[in-house]
Design a protein around this ligand. Sequence first.
Ligand code: HEC
Length: 102
Amino acid sequence: MQVRNTLQPLPPPDRVAEPDKSNPVKYGEYLVNAGHCNDCHTPTDEHNQPIPDMYLSGGEPLTGPWTGKGPITVSSLNLTPDPSGLAYMNEALFIKTLRVVP
Ligand code: HEC
């Protein structure tokens, strides 16, 4: 039996401008967008829309087989500079945290 794939690939996105690496804030914004950090680290409302005032503040529940033993729910963490977020991190710890592979 032949299976037909009815899903078509999306057209390639428009070319994205090179980030300004000399401006750490702009470069960070580019990396956050490229990494879709917002998708998990910004809580959503009852319509699954990001809550604008809560940008990157965490708390979004994510359910999946994270431990390999069946589904569990974890919450994304607060990535803002707030004391409940990443205020305790310096650049070296942040890089180390993102590079850790279990
Ligand atoms: C698919 C969902 C998802 C995406 C996308 C995502 N994260 Fe996360 N992140 C999580 C979850 C869930 C946790 C909490 C994990 C835990 O509790 O062990 C977390 C934890 C973290 C932590 C640890 C914070 C701490 O206090 O230890 C950092 C830093 C982080 N994420 C940064 C990022 C950045 C930067 C991006 C984008 C490049 C990103 N995350 C994208 C789900 C995500």
